[in-house]
Design a protein around this ligand. Structure first.
Ligand SMILES: C[S@@+](CC[C@H](N)C(=O)[O-])C[C@H]1O[C@@H](n2cnc3c(N)ncnc32)[C@H](O)[C@@H]1O
Ligand code: SF4
Length: 442
């Protein structure tokens, strides 16, 4: 399976060089020059563990959670304090490519402007009583312009909890419903959702975006099942839905099998058409918004800083991942060091592939934005691939913006599945066992 991703990587990066992640890391992160920077905070605690879930999480205890949040706040200050005093730490950092650090950026005083802040997990609401404290630590260094989002478990959707989040400054929530139907809740090992109680709580504490997450391509799932889930979501307080394809990670204990390709495509196409016919806006490959302003995506940012265990950071020249071990995370921070486990130093082409892959998640890529980011035209770098994708009917072009077609969106989704299973599955599988692996080659 990884032959597909290997060949694609070699083709698009024009090199046999793999993505090499090593355990060396920067003590200060050069994010001062990054525009369109987003923030992500990971809270890895859950009341119980779902067998299908690949994310970094542990069983909640008040003591472990408080120790973790103390470390998290320290990490935020360690990273935040380093922005205006960036110095190159390695020969690599001193070699810059087009549009990189300018003397002005190096000395820019004050707070860094960022787009959004997302809390994910785990179940971030288990630290709701400390959310205001975390947000205020963030706001000592950053100015957030597009709101704050938090992922919730359906059990978290109560008036007092929503009010606590709202008082802390949260503007968007995303609720992990997975399915409203008992059949699929049983398959996934999840409890039932009290729809009326949830709708009443959402009505009394409104948020700008209320998103609901669903998993599709579960065994036997039909268009009518999914349609009913989406309708129920929009009728009960959601103005945005995310429909994620089920991924059968090798290291999870789930015995749910993924749906065959043809059936999955039929289902994805049918549900996409249904949402578009209803007038919902496709805000990214798997998300649809009922109201135009509703947005919930922690993925479609050019650069992001991640705080907390397993959190990733994407900057102009590097991608880094924090350790997956909650204990080692706290120890590193107590020792005054960033909890980075692995760092990938990009070649220019590798960075372009990352940029295109994550921007394509929004279903469109603007040539002008690419040129602004890299200082070179998209057509010059990938003219052949764009023409080929157009010929295959994967994309259309209008005024310099490439828009994915329905067919393109399915194949992107299909390729993303390969990528997840051959890259993310391998990396997370290792990082769950080893806090600081020496290197990983992908
Ligand atoms: C961290 S969870 C959401 C918040 C909360 N912990 C919950 O479970 O409700 C993030 C989302 O990832 C999705 N997800 C988890 N495991 C998945 C898998 N194996 N395949 C596809 N999506 C998955 C689910 O839709 C889930 O809501
Ligand atoms: S799906 Fe949510 S509640 Fe279940 S283990 Fe994953 S993060 Fe925890």
């Amino acid at each position: 399976m990884s032959i597909v991703t290997d060949l694609t990587r070699m083709w698009l990066t024009r090199s046999a060089k793999p993505f090499l992640f090593t355990n060396e890391f920067d003590k200060r992160l050069p994010f001062g020059e990054c525009q369109n920077l987003g923030l992500y905070v990971h809270i890895p605690f859950c009341k119980s563990i779902c067998s299908f879930c690949p994310y970094c999480k542990v069983i909640y205890s008040k003591e472990a959670c408080n120790r973790y949040i103390d470390a998290l706040i320290k990490e935020i200050h360690m990273v935040g304090n380093s922005q205006s005093i960036h110095e190159p730490h390695s020969a690599h950092e001193q070699q810059t490519f087009a549009g990189a650090l300018s003397p002005h950026d190096l000395s820019a005083p004050g707070k860094k402007q960022v787009t959004s802040l997302y809390f994910g997990g785990g179940t971030p609401a288990l630290a709701a009583n400390r959310m205001a404290e975390i947000i205020s630590a963030i706001e000592e260094h950053f100015v957030i312009t597009e709101g704050i989002g938090v992922e919730l478990h359906p059990d978290n959707v109560t008036v007092p909890l929503l009010q606590t989040l709202k008082n802390a400054g949260v503007t968007k929530i995303s609720i992990g419903i997975q399915s409203f139907q008992e059949k699929y809740q049983t398959i996934l090992g999840r409890g039932s959702v009290d729809i009326d109680a949830m709708a009443a709580a959402l009505k009394s504490v409104p948020f700008e975006t209320v998103s609901m997450d669903f998993i599709f391509a579960l065994p036997g799932q039909t268009f009518d099942d999914l349609k009913s889930d989406i309708d129920t979501a929009f009728e009960n307080g959601a103005n945005h839905v995310a429909i994620y394809p089920f991924i059968d990670f090798t290291f999870t204990s789930s015995n749910v099998t993924a749906m065959p390709k043809r059936e999955k495509r039929r289902l994805l196409d049918a549900i996409t058409k249904y949402c578009l016919d209803k007038g919902y806006v496709r805000s990214s490959i798997w998300t649809f918004a009922k109201e135009k302003h509703a947005r919930y995506s922690s993925m479609t940012r050019d650069n992001f800083l991640g705080f907390g265990c397993s959190a990733t950071t994407l900057l102009k020249e590097q991608f880094k991942i924090n350790t997956f071990s909650v204990d080692e995370y706290c120890k590193r921070i107590d020792g005054g060091l960033l909890p980075t486990s692995l760092t990938l130093r990009f070649s220019l082409r590798q960075r372009m592939v990352y940029y295109l892959f994550w921007t394509a998640y929004s279903t469109r890529v603007a040539a002008a934005d690419f040129e602004h980011f890299f200082g070179v035209s998209l057509k010059k770098m990938y003219g052949f691939e764009l023409a080929f994708a157009k010929l295959l009917g994967f994309i259309t072009e209008e005024d310099g913006t490439y828009q994915m077609t329905l067919k393109g969106a399915f194949y992107y989704h299909y390729y993303e599945n390969f990528y997840t299973l051959s890259y993310i599955d391998k990396m997370w599988g290792i990082m769950r066992k080893e806090a600081f692996p020496e290197k990983i080659r992908l």
